[in-house]
Ligand binder design. Structure first.
Ligand SMILES: [Fe+2]
Ligand SMILES: [Fe+2]
Length: 362
């Protein structure tokens, strides 16, 4: 048995470590802070990591199965890539990068919706005991910590505010609130009414509680967003670290590195919960059971297909539209677009298909 405790209160999972200096991002007080050695400390990690480790150990001891995972290399590099983004900003076409950062910040803020998830009685959903699992802590601190990390809490900014601060530092307050709204609408994102709920996918099982199935589907797609965001975050950190290119002497890139550090517990607890369910037997509404491998496996594969397929295609189309929009009135439009595409590892054809190209400039 693991010697680490597997039962935690909501307050314990929300507790932060002490810091000697708070994080102030572009004048906004944010979560987290710095220890005596000047190292960044993520918020609400006083117990969260110990708890996640305990749940993972306890699961491995009971079930002997590895954590659900997906290699980072499953996703291609960010689009536009670093060379393309550097080219655009250097050519005075910063708008696509500004809208990208605005979009990331806004979508991060939607992460707070996780706290409104409908939570079933988990013990009734599984044949095996669920005590001492991450699963039973979802509505007892884990979702709330995640929501606060993404959207901020009270007077304290979270990732949403940190991305906006990174953008404002790097590009010296490029947009007003009204312009932000127009930009988001152009990208098909609206913030009206406090955020957009995720579209509900078709149910895959007629004998599993639909709320439970929805919860699993949502966590699977959230986990994939969290993991694949690694590439976008690495991209942003590299572009924003270039003092020749953007303002702020690397401050914007440092902010992104803090956000990346905060994401690690999100990835860890979501993997743990999905694994705990995968290795148990689901109790069906007809009183039978279904292997967790089948239920979680099916929903995971569907989410993976969407992340690597339709969502990737939509993001690519959106990115190109933003670049085309930004150069639309520019007398050098065609040359700029051609050079932009020549720096990519993929490019769109006239019919909107994407083809691989050998990147130039390397
Ligand atoms: Fe985040
Ligand atoms: Fe996150």
């Amino acid at each position: 048995m693991t010697s680490l405790p597997t039962e935690w209160t909501r307050d314990e999972l929300l507790e932060s470590l002490p810091v000697v200096e708070p994080l102030v991002a572009g004048g906004v007080h944010c979560h987290g802070g710095f220890d005596e050695a000047g190292r960044y400390v993520s918020p609400r990690t006083r117990n969260r990591w110990t708890a996640i480790e305990a749940w993972q150990q306890s699961h491995a001891e009971q079930f002997g199965r590895p954590l659900l995972d997906i290699p980072l290399e499953s996703w291609p590099e960010a689009y536009p890539n670093v060379a393309q983004a550097t080219f655009l900003v250097g050519a005075g076409v910063s708008e696509p990068i500004i809208s990208s950062l605005t979009r990331i910040g806004t979508v991060e803020g939607f992460g707070a919706m996780i706290r409104y998830s409908l939570i079933p009685d988990f013990q009734a959903c599984f044949e095996e005991d669920v005590r001492g699992t991450a699963l039973t802590h979802l509505d007892n601190g884990l979702f709330e910590a995640h929501a606060r990390d993404e959207a901020g809490y009270g007077a304290e900014g979270g990732h949403k505010q940190m991305w906006f601060a990174a953008r404002d530092i790097a590009f010296e307050h490029p947009v007003t609130e009204d312009q932000t709204e127009v930009m988001l609408q152009r990208m098909g994102i609206t913030t009206a009414g406090g955020g957009r709920g995720p579209m509900l996918p078709e149910p895959m099982f007629d004998d599993i509680d639909p709320n439970l199935e929805q919860l699993i589907a949502r966590m699977a797609s959230l986990l994939l967003i969290e993991i694949s965001a690694h590439h976008i975050f690495a991209w942003a950190e590299e572009v924003l670290a270039d003092p020749e290119l953007v303002a702020g002497d690397g401050e914007a890139a440092r902010l992104v590195s803090y956000i990346r550090a905060d994401e690690a517990p999100h990835v860890a607890y979501l993997k743990t919960v999905l694994t705990e369910m995968r290795d148990r037997a689901f109790v069906t509404t007809s009183g039978g059971t279904r292997p967790g491998e089948e239920v979680v496996g099916t929903l995971w594969e569907r989410a993976k297909g969407e992340s690597l397929g339709i969502r990737r295609q939509q993001n690519l189309a959106l990115a190109v539209r933003e670049v085309e929009h930004a150069v639309s009135g520019n007398p050098r439009r065609d040359d700029l677009l051609e050079e932009f595409h020549s720096l990519g590892s993929i490019r769109p054809t006239a019919s909107g298909e994407w083809v691989s190209v050998a990147p130039a400039g390397y």
